[in-house]
Write a protein that binds this ligand. Structure first.
Ligand SMILES: O=P(O)(O)OC[C@H]1O[C@H](OP(=O)(O)OP(=O)(O)O)[C@H](O)[C@@H]1O
Ligand SMILES: Nc1ncnc2[nH]cnc12
Length: 183
C-alpha cells in the first residue's frame, strides 16, 4: 500500500500540472502563474482545499485574512474548514467602513492594501492566506495591517510560491509559512 506522503505527493504533482503559465502577463517579462484551472473542476477544488487546510488543522485560529482578489478564492473555504472567520484585505477604496492602510511593492508594480479598522480584536489569532507568494511584499503588508490592529499572526498559507523570489524568507521570522506548491 502506498504511504500517505506518497499519495499527497502525487496529488501535489497533479495540482501543479494544472497550473497554467502565461508569458508576458500582465507585463512583458512576467510569467504569470494562473491557478484558475484548480477552481474549474470540483475534484481539483476539493483536493486543493483539503491540502491547504491540513497544516493548520487543530490549531486555534480566529480569522483567516485573505488578500484581494485571488486570496478570496480559497480563503473563505479555508476559514470555514478551520472553524475561523474570514477577513478581506482589499485594494484601496473598496472597503466601506473605516480602514487602516499600508503601501507595498509588487513583482510588477506598487499598491496599497486596506483592512476594516474593527475587523480584529486585540490578541486574535490570524492566518494570512493568498493564492501565490512572489516577493512576499503583499503578505508582509497584510502582516503589518493585522499587527496594527493588535492581531497575532499564527501562520501563512499560499497555494503556490515562486521559490526563486524567496518571499517566504521575509515571513519566516514572524510565523510558519506553508506553500502547497512550489515553482
Ligand atoms: O508576493 P508578492 O510579490 O506581493 O505578489 C503576490 C501577490 O500578487 C498577486 O496579486 P495581484 O496584486 O496581482 O492582485 P489580484 O489577486 O487581484 O490579481 C497575488 O495574488 C498576490 O496577492
Ligand atoms: N508571476 C506571478 N504570477 C501570478 N501572480 C503573481 N503575483 C506576483 N507575481 C505573480
Amino acid at each position: 500500500m502506498p504511504e500517505l506522503t506518497d499519495v499527497e505527493q502525487s496529488i501535489k504533482s497533479l495540482l501543479l500540472e494544472n497550473i497554467r503559465s502565461i508569458e508576458d502577463f500582465p507585463k512583458p517579462g512576467i510569467v504569470f502563474k494562473d491557478i484558475t484551472p484548480l477552481l474549474n473542476e470540483t475534484y481539483l477544488l476539493e483536493l486543493t482545499s483539503m491540502l491547504l487546510a491540513k497544516p493548520f488543522r487543530g490549531q486555534k485560529i480566529d480569522h483567516v485574512a485573505g488578500l484581494e482578489s485571488r486570496g478570496f478564492l480559497f480563503g473563505t473555504n479555508l476559514a470555514q474548514d478551520l472553524h475561523a472567520g474570514f477577513i478581506p484585505i482589499r485594494k484601496p477604496g473598496k472597503l466601506p467602513a473605516e480602514t487602516e492602510e499600508v503601501n507595498y511593492e509588487l513583482e510588477y508594480g506598487t499598491d496599497s492594501l486596506e483592512i476594516h479598522s474593527d475587523a480584529i480584536k486585540t490578541g486574535a489569532k490570524v492566518l494570512i492566506h493568498d493564492d501565490l507568494i512572489a516577493t512576499g511584499g503583499s503578505a508582509k503588508a497584510a502582516t503589518d495591517l493585522v499587527k496594527k490592529l493588535g492581531g497575532e499572526i499564527v501562520g501563512y498559507s499560499f497555494v503556490m510560491e515562486i521559490s526563486a523570489l524567496e518571499g517566504c524568507k521575509k515571513l519566516e521570522s514572524i510565523a510558519p509559512c506553508h506553500c502547497l506548491l512550489s515553482v
